[in-house]
Design a protein. Structure first.
Length: 408
C-alpha cells in the first residue's frame, strides 16, 4: 500500500516516521508551507496541482491530510479542488475543531466551495473528539470516525531527557499551553448569561453534543438566542458553518477554556511555588515562559523532573484527550487530570498510569503523599510509559483508518 501524507507540523512528521516502520506500507510525505499562503496566493494552486499529480503518478492508495490544510482550489474560479480531483480516498483527520478554519476561508471568499470540497464523496473524515464526531456526523449526514491523536513513542521516551540541552529543577507541577484571558464575551453583551449557562453545561456534561444540549430540559428559558441561531443554521445547506452559529461556538470554546484552564490555574499557582508554565497569552502573575515547547528531549527532561504534569484540557474539546497527554505518558511523566480521560472512561487505570485530583488542595495532599512514596511514583511513571507505547503510538491509529476505508 502506498499513501501520501501532507505535513506542515513536526507532529505530522513524527507520524510519518512511525508509519514508515509498518511492513508493506510506503509512506510519501509532501510538505505544505501553510505559513506562506496568505502572502503568496498562487502557491496554494501550485501545491494543489502537485498533490493531484503525485496521487496520479505515484498511484497513491489514499491521502492523509490534517486539519483541512490540503483541501485547496486548483483554479481561480474555485470550481476544482484537490479532494474532487484526486482519484483516491482522501482521509481528513481533524486534530482541532473545523470551525477554527472557517473565518480564514470566509475572508478568502472560499467558504462555500471549501465546504463542498470537504463534503465530496472521496473524503473520509476522522476527528480526535468523540462528541464532536457525533455532532459532525449529524451535520454532514455521514459518519465522522472518532480517531484520537497519539504520539511517537520513539521520540517521546524517558531516555530522550539525556539529550536535552536544558535542565529543569525539581518541580511540583508543570503545564504547557495557551492561557485563556478574560473576558471572552463582555459582561454587557445580551448573550452573557447564555454563554455562562451553555459553557457550564458543556463542562459538566462533555458527552453531550450541541444537538443534545438544545434538547435538554430548561434550555429554552436559559439560552433562547442560541436556540434561534442553531435552528436557523439547521435550515441552511451548510448550517454547521453558518456565521452566527460559528460565532456562538467560538465564544463558547473560549468560555469553556476559561473554566477548564484559567480558573484551575488561578487556584493552583499560589499553592505550588515550584511550578513551570509556558505558552502564549500568560499574564505576568504566573511567571510563565512565552515559548511553545515541542522538542521531545526538552519535554522529556521537563516531565521527568516534574511530579505532576498537568493536562487541563482546552475549550474546543468536549471529550478528546490532548496530544500532550500521550507525550507526557510516553516520557514517563505523571499525567495529572481533573477528570477521567476518554482513554479510561471507567477510571480503571486511575492511580496506575495517571492520577486525578478534585482541587488544588487535593493535589497538594497528593504531593505530600507521593513525596513520601517515591517507589509508587516510579511505578506509575513506568506504567504510563508502557501504556502509551502499547496503545497510543501513531502505529495504533493506522488500523482504524484502514478499517473505516474498508467499510466506506
Amino acid at each position: 500500500m502506498k499513501i501520501l501524507v501532507l505535513h506542515h507540523t513536526a507532529w505530522i512528521e513524527m507520524l510519518i516516521h512511525n508509519w514508515q516502520l509498518l511492513d508493506g506500507l510506503e509512506v510519501l510525505g509532501l510538505q505544505l508551507p501553510v505559513a506562506q499562503w496568505d502572502c503568496l496566493p498562487d502557491l496554494q494552486r501550485n501545491l494543489a496541482k502537485t498533490i493531484v499529480t503525485a496521487v496520479d503518478e505515484r498511484k497513491i492508495d489514499f491521502v492523509l491530510d490534517i486539519n483541512g490544510a490540503g483541501v485547496l482550489p486548483l483554479d481561480e474560479g474555485l470550481s476544482s479542488w484537490t479532494t474532487t480531483r484526486v482519484g483516491a480516498p482522501w482521509c481528513e483527520w481533524w486534530w482541532d475543531d473545523p470551525i477554527n478554519y472557517v473565518h480564514k476561508k470566509a475572508a478568502a471568499n472560499q467558504l462555500d466551495e471549501w465546504i463542498d470540497a470537504l463534503s465530496h464523496r472521496h473524503v473520509r473524515h476522522f476527528i480526535w473528539d468523540r462528541t464532536l464526531a457525533r455532532e459532525y456526523s449529524t451535520w454532514f449526514g455521514r459518519t465522522w470516525t472518532h480517531l484520537p491523536t497519539a504520539t511517537n513513542v520513539g521520540f517521546f521516551h524517558p531516555d530522550a531527557a539525556k539529550l536535552s540541552i536544558r535542565n529543569f529543577p525539581p518541580l511540583d507541577i508543570a503545564f504547557l499551553g495557551t492561557f485563556y484571558l478574560r473576558p471572552a464575551v463582555p459582561a454587557d453583551d445580551q448573550r452573557r448569561t447564555e454563554f455562562d449557562y451553555l459553557a457550564a453545561r458543556r463542562v459538566d456534561a462533555p458527552d453531550d453534543s450541541y444537538f443534545d444540549l438544545i434538547n435538554g430540559t430548561g434550555i429554552r428559558g436559559r439560552a433562547p438566542n442560541f436556540l434561534v441561531d442553531f435552528a436557523a443554521a439547521q435550515s441552511t445547506s451548510h448550517g454547521f458553518f453558518a456565521e452566527r452559529l460559528v460565532d456562538w461556538k467560538r465564544g463558547l470554546n473560549w468560555e469553556v477554556g476559561l473554566r477548564r484552564r484559567t480558573m484551575p490555574l488561578e487556584e493552583l499557582s499560589p499553592m505550588f511555588q515550584a511550578h513551570f508554565f509556558a505558552g502564549e497569552n500568560w499574564p505576568a502573575f504566573f511567571d510563565a515562559e512565552a515559548t511553545m515547547m515541542f522538542q521531545p528531549a526538552e519535554l522529556a527532561a521537563l516531565y521527568q523532573t516534574t511530579m505532576f504534569s498537568l493536562d487541563l484540557g482546552n475549550g474546543q474539546a468536549f471529550t478528546g484527550t490532548a496530544m500532550r497527554s500521550y507525550e507526557i505518558m510516553a516520557c514517563g511523566g505523571i499525567l495529572s487530570l481533573r477528570h477521567l480521560p476518554d482513554f479510561d472512561p471507567a477510571g480503571e487505570l486511575r492511580d496506575k498510569v495517571y492520577i486525578t485530583y478534585a482541587s488544588a488542595k487535593d493535589l497538594a495532599i497528593q504531593r505530600e503523599h507521593y513525596a513520601n512514596n517515591p517507589r509508587r511514583l516510579a511505578e506509575i511513571r513506568a506504567a504510563a510509559r508502557e501504556f502509551a507505547a502499547s496503545r497510543h503510538s501513531w502505529l495504533h491509529r493506522f488500523p482504524v483508518i484502514i478499517e473505516a476505508l474498508s467499510h466506506a
